[in-house]
Design a protein around this ligand. Sequence first.
Ligand code: C2E
Ligand code: CA
Ligand code: CA
Length: 573
Amino acid sequence: MRDLIGQLNTLESLNKELLKASKLLSLICDTSNIAYVCYNYGDKSVTIIGNWEYFFDCDIKMHEDLSKLYDYVEIKQITPLKDALFVEKRGMKTATANVKIKDSKMWVEIETNVIYGEDGNPEDKIIRFMDVTKFKLQNDELNYVTYYDTLTGLYNRNYFIHLLGMFLCRSDYKDKSVAVMFLDLDDFRKLSDDIGIFEGEEFIKLFAGFLSEFANEDVLVSHFNSDIFCIGIYDPRGNRSVEEIYRRIYERLKSPFELSDGKKISLTVSIGVAEYPIAASNTIELINCAEIVMFKAKADRNSSIKYFEKSILDDFLKSITIENKLKEAVFSDNFMMYFQPQFNVAQNKLRGVEALIRWRDKSDEIIRPDVFIPIAEKNGAIVPIGSWVIDESVRIYSNWKKKYHYPLLMSLNVSAIQYKQPDFIENVLNILNKYDVAPNEVELEITESILIDDFKEITDKLLELRELGIKISLDDFGTGYSSLSYLKGLPIDTLKIDKSFIDTVVTDENSRIITETIIYMVKKLGLETIAEGVETKEQYDYLKNIECDNIQGYYLGKPMPSEGIEKLIEREL
Ligand code: C2E
Ligand code: CA
Ligand code: CA
């Protein structure tokens, strides 16, 4: 009897424990928005634990009632839901599905576990329903930031590279090609400075919105950063889509984009196109190639789109090599000055020399100035190089002066970047002082392009130089934009007629008329003339005949080292 009472007591306390545990489980489920549906295959009972009403407003009394849940999700989610709820039908133990509840923002994770008996038949099934909305949103946000550019909503660079890689794989398999169009807006930074950063961003968004119209399963549109976009095209040859996209961009840019404040923005774009597998063998190379080609398009004023050519890549690689060599060379002894004589025709005597730099690199190869000067101008190396040129040329000139006392003009080529240095004039004067050379013994050669950016600033500087006695000569006349009437306003003393006129002066009537007019007008303006690149006796005779003041060219003397000029001076004495 006592035993029985003891057993009853134990049973009662166990029962209490069980009740407590079950309450605790319900509490946990309720507060964390979880619900369980437990089904026993033996007695076909359905037990629901947790916050069921939080999810659904239907009753589950029988196993089959689970199919009522199909009504709560979108049609396309019914199959994954069914697969998860009736996992045993596929002979499996467990399955999960994430479904979105129709007409709400809630996402529910459904996880089913089936316990099988020794005979292999299912005995119990426990289905857990859990609200995962918060995680899902966080995950989506994370995915968004990982794959998309937050400003424009287009693919970001990383994801674009990933998707482009898939295009490349697909194209290998199907023997097709993939093109990349690299787009860079022209002068966007200047626009952004003018209208403000936020307006600049608004423009980028509008432009991105326009580009997004091209996106489809064969066309990827991405925003790399700032004003750079990249479009990847699968099988561009098949449907001529590069030309079509370019045509539509070109047409669209003809009319301005309107910002929310009514401001109208017009811009142009430079596009480089490279195609896999012709131009490159992988995604990164392909994008890089298209970018290099884009730079070429930008530099070429007449075209806003350029297609890959091997020579563009070769030139680029060459310029990189030169740039690297230039970094090493600037302060070493690889540069030297050559001088080309200029003769006064009427007096038949040496007027002066033009100083021309020569660069012999470590492997003894001569690199031409028209190859490396533009690179040095781009990376700023022209400043130290240019000031070395002035110093070295004036030093050599002062030696001639001491030796021969023969008056000459030393013509120096000066780049725009040098002129723009705030201490440019001061530096020139210091060099002249150092070697005891008078300002009127030097002439600075400028090109018209220098005047484009800051006409006022440059002409003010030129005036200052002239007041000091330094002569100014306009180089390459006839290759730029200037007309004769424009010359009137320029503070210059000398005009150099470009070789391109001289080349055809004997053979071409038009070029003869132009040259004669130039010389006639320039003389009227009180300027001195120099004809450049004179190579033949015919050219010389003709120029002499029309009273061109000075002649420079291979016919009378090639650029030469200092000793060569000394011989010429000796001849004059
Ligand atoms: P540039 O100022 O127009 O110089 C004239 C160029 O024409 C020189 O080429 C000269 O060697 C070449 N030339 C002269 N006469 C003839 C001729 O009869 N026939 C032919 N075919 N060519 C002739 P170079 O020395 O190669 O210089 C090329 C350019 O490099 C120069 O053109 C100038 O723009 C630039 N440059 C040269 N030295 C310097 C420098 O010290 N500083 C700067 N900033 N630029 C320089
Ligand atoms: Ca020159
Ligand atoms: Ca020239």
